[in-house]
Design a protein around this ligand. Sequence first.
Ligand SMILES: [Zn+2]
Length: 158
Amino acid sequence: MTDPRAAVAAVVDPEIRVVTIDELGILRSVDEDAATGRVVVTITPTYTGCPAMDVIRADIRRALAAAGHPDAEVRTVYAPAWSTDWISEGGRAKLAAAGIAPPAPVRGGSVVPLTLAVRCPRCGSPETEQVSRFGSTACKALWRCRSCSEPFDHLKAL
Ligand SMILES: [Zn+2]
């Protein structure tokens, strides 16, 4: 049997396939029930209603089944709420390399106006504007760079 934590941490986000759920901070914990040996995974959605969460749950169960844990349980917790601060440094770098602008860290639990912080992932210019609230998926918004005219996806932040 493979280490269940390693198996789950390798699951990629179904919408942003360059990063794992571990790097995005969606994965909270992987525990093994001492009595039953059953694996219990806890995840927190990036934002309420993100349709990708159903896919993520299925992918986690599939990864654990392949690792020898077919009866795993996936729990979803909403508190504390996921924040962009939970994206790892490595995750941010991968998002930037894929042309997805990582959301700016939210400080003090309050929502910072992201319009001031979105930089073009292509040229780095802060001269960007939101084109549409919905990008290629429900979890992303479509933005455009005013410097190089490049459209890009920006992860929605809470
Ligand atoms: Zn640009």
